[in-house]
Each structure stands twice: as C-alpha cells, then as structure tokens.
Design a protein around this ligand. Structure first.
Ligand code: HSE
Length: 306
C-alpha cells in the first residue's frame, strides 16, 4: 500500500473534572487526510483545504507529528500529506489533535503497523505541543483509541481505555469565536486551593467509576469542574446561560470542551441529547453569535480508514 485516506474525528478533552487527563471521541465531525509514500525522503505537506494553516512541515502540527514518527524508522522513502480540515482550529474539539493523530495513524498503516497506539499517541503529542505550547494527550488519546480515555501519565506516556455506558450521547455547541489553547492555558493559575483539588479528584475518581458501572447518577454528580471552568468560562459568552439551559433540558453534566469555546454535555439517550441541543440553540439564537450544534454518540473506534 502506497497511499491511504483516513477520517480523524473530533474529540472532547477534560470532560469537566479531568483537566489534561480525560477525553472522549465524537463521530459526526472530523478531518480527512490522504498520506502517501514518496520517493523523496522526509515529510512534505502538499495540500491543506478548509482552513488556513502553515504548509511548512516544522510549523504544522501534522508535520511535526510525522517527523517525530519518521525519526524512529529507517526508510528510504518519504511521505506527503494532504489535509482536508473540517474541524475549525481554535474550536475546542481537538482540531490540532485530529491532524497530529491522523497523520501518524496513516503513516503507521503504510509502514505495516510497527507502532502501537500509545507510541502513535506519543508522536502525535509532539505535534499537538506546537499548537498549544504544552505536551498533553487528552484529545489525542480518544482520537487514536476511541471511546473514553484517561492519560495516566505523559512521561512516560500511559493511556487507559475507559468503558462507555451504552446510552451515552454527547451534545456540542460551538459558538463561532476562536480561543487559542495556548491563551486559555495562560490564564490558569499555577497553584490551586487544596479544598478544590480534593473536590476535583473525588469527581475524577467518581466519574471513572461511574463509567465502569454505567451509573448515570454518579456520572452526573461527578461532571463538575471547580478548578479550570471558573477561570475559562469568562472567555465564552453566555456559558452560564447555556449550561443552565442544558441541565434543565436533562443533560447529565455540562462543561467547556477542551479549552473552548465549544461547550459539551453528556446525556443519557439520544432523545435527551437532541433536547439539550435545542436548549443550546434557544440560548445562542438570542445572542447574535453564530454557532454550530452537533449530537454524537461516543465513537468507540477513533480514527478510521476510508
Ligand atoms: N486539556 C487541554 C486544555 C485541552 O484544556 O488546555 C485543549 O488542548
């Protein structure tokens, strides 16, 4: 095989209480990429459609991730990459991560799968760092593994796959403003209050347990973020209104998707997920801010070959 086309899905990182460690995979939105072997060695980006992103390999998240993988193999050929972006950069649903993860997944297929999913996540994390200014894998892991994931450690990289309760659906509203992850990280305090830390890790543990035993009430009570949301929500107009409306419509929990501006909810059942979408719509319809809405099941597979 000399050429492959893949779909790299959008993802939701943090999942309220799990800043930088928890994430889940969506299945209705994502980028497409074509990766092919070339006689010329090295990595080149030959086409980017959808959004204006750097073509220069070392400045592009996919380029940097591809170079990280290439460093670990001895081959007498190179790769060229075409990126068809549907996920808007700065949207909060893992745009940079989808590019970084997609390319290393595709290269691995073309090479006969020498690397496992954790190794691929490591290469992708190098690309993600170009966009966000820090190495975190909470969008990358769910994109590569599918489902819910927990990044136990980034050094060494350790990823745990978590189960998805059968009836779980996500609703996403994406107000059309851009928030750079690097800027959303820069506003966070370097230290947190002990009582907040206690609440947060109790919630992370409870959420993980709730996912394992499909306890929707426990999941609902654990989907709270007392550490990051209080600082970041000011970047997202009408966040509190949207959250209140979604909870009233029956969402299990609501939070900022990654570094925003997208807002996610987790819901029991597809019908509730659509009611929550309607609630988000009612809020943003009155604001003059354009927005997109998505309802998605949790994608169990992650990146797929087209
Ligand atoms: N955990 C990351 C953050 C996800 O919230 O900054 C966005 O890349």
């Amino acid at each position: 095989m000399d050429e492959i086309k893949i779909f790299s899905p959008a993802t939701v990182a943090n999942v309220a209480c799990g800043f930088d460690v928890l994430g889940f995979c969506l299945d209705t939105v994502g980028d497409e990429m074509v990766v092919r072997k070339t006689a010329t060695k090295g990595i080149s980006i030959t086409k980017i459609e959808g959004y204006d992103l750097p073509m220069e390999t070392k400045r592009n998240v996919a380029g940097v991730a591809a170079l990280a993988l290439l460093e670990k193999v001895e081959v007498d050929f190179g790769f060229e990459i075409e990126i068809y972006k549907n996920i808007k950069p700065g949207s909060g649903v893992g745009s940079s991560s989808a590019s970084a993860s997609g390319v290393v997944f595709a290269m691995n297929e073309l090479l006969g799968r020498p690397f496992n999913k954790t190794q691929l996540s490591f290469f992708a994390m190098k690309g993600e760092a170009v966009a966000s200014g820090s190495e975190h894998a909470d969008n990358i892991a769910p994109g590569i593994f599918g489902g819910f994931t927990l990044v136990k450690s980034t050094n060494p990289l350790e990823i745990l796959e978590l189960p998805t309760p059968h009836d779980m659906y996500a609703t996403i509203v994406h107000p059309q403003i851009e928030i750079k992850t690097s800027e959303a990280r820069a506003i966070l305090p370097k230290e947190i209050v002990l009582q907040n830390a206690i609440t947060q890790w109790a919630n992370v543990g409870s959420l993980v347990h709730g996912l394992h035993i499909s306890d929707y009430d426990l999941i609902s009570s654990a989907l709270k973020d007392v550490v990051v949301e209080p600082f970041r929500k000011q970047l997202i107009p009408y966040f509190d209104n949207a959250k209140k409306a979604a909870l009233e419509a029956g969402a299990l929990g609501v939070g900022i998707s990654g570094s925003g501006p997208s807002i996610f909810s987790l819901n029991k059942g597809e019908e509730t997920a659509h009611k929550v979408a309607e609630a988000f719509k009612n809020v943003y319809d009155q604001t003059g801010i354009e927005f997109n809405l998505y309802v998605s099941r949790i994608n169990p597979n992650g990146i797929k070959i087209l």
